[in-house]
Ligand binder design. Sequence first.
Ligand code: UD1
Length: 426
Amino acid sequence: MNNKYIEVKGGKSLEGKIKISGAKNSALVLMATSILAKGQINLFNVPQIRDVAIMSKILTSMGMYITSNEDKLEINIKSILHQPQEVFTNLFHSLRASFFCIGPILARLGSAKIPLPGGCSIGSRPIDEHISALEKLGVQFKFKNNYLIAEVINPKKRLIGTIIKFNCKSVGATKTLIMAACLAKGRTILKNSSQEPEIVDLANILNKMGAKVKGAGTECITIEGVESLGGCDYTVMPDRIEAGTYLIAAAMTRSKITFSSIEPKHLKEVINKLEMCGCKFEYSDKYLTIIPNQILNSVDITTLPYPGFPTDLQAPFMALMTTANGVSTIKETVFENRMHHVKELNKMGAQISLKDNTAKVVGVKKLKASSVIGFDLRGTAALAIAGLYANGKSIIQGLEHLERGYEDFALKLQQIGAEIRHKKQN
Ligand code: UD1
């Protein structure tokens, strides 16, 4: 266990504005597109979080040169693009998104040798969809000592476009295949693709680099392969999961909070559920304001691929439901092991029972400040949200998870009046 933790003194109402950062799940894949580019990629609105720092090191291990200045990253190839060096294996294990590199590496180099990926412990997170789809583009795979060794079969080492139907909705596999197919010979059609806004962001940057990707945001994406891609300037989309987390924190503390740099259309289902709970929303050109009722109603959710309710907000929403009026059913259908927060929320006085991947949450009037442990990124955020509601001082271990994906988590909440700090045990 890491010795860093979060300390929250809860029970306060909050007030003010929060600016949403660039999306973690988009920035990481946009960084990987630099492997495909013959020119420099300048990314703006990149969140300063640990996953981005790890991705930078991974790209550096392949010969990329990266400079960062606040939210700007400049990425280009220093000398010759090569396979990741073995000394960086641990970086790949620590970041699921490291696997985004396989598509671009295969498209660019014709072979890949990369360590298997890691990430949050929320399920088995297989990569079979990525593998079987890449096989259809003409790749042969071997597994050896925790490494994936891949080779484009075609003597010219170029992937060949084809029609691929994913067996299940996978955000990662859709991203991998779009990047791989950009430089393939001919047309690739991806059916049963994921529709997340981060996939649209990926298609937009690739098209700016000279790719021909159509249909991103729908279940059928068509990619006409091109000979090469250039560099470009690109601004990362706002983080809808960060935004959803703070919207839920505002509802939890029954506080009126205004958000800037937010994209409400990416949050439709989340806003819909918050409205059903008793939150009102005011929209203006640049801002979204949430105005929660003092008494919130229980609402049921089932996590689903976009445009359904995002699995990444299941834990924060469950924290909110612990103090709502009535009984709520929360069903996790995307990942099979994403309920670690249930036991910890119960330590804080919540009344949650769990059967398989369905939680029944009986709303209570009070939560008690406690010492709890976050086991993954979003689960830790959920516990911090519960801590904001509970009267007294809560200690939440798991800061190392939170720092992977939230830029300035404590600072943003402090700015709206929360007493929350990142701390280190001596
Ligand atoms: C991405 C997001 C993560 C989010 C998830 C679902 C990033 C870096 N992470 O993760 O925050 O929670 O989407 O919205 O963008 N699956 C397979 N075989 C595969 C791939 C996936 O069975 O080859 C399964 C997974 O085990 C899971 C489901 O499909 O049950 C969805 O996974 P996927 O959409 O691929 O999630 P990630 O891309 O890993």
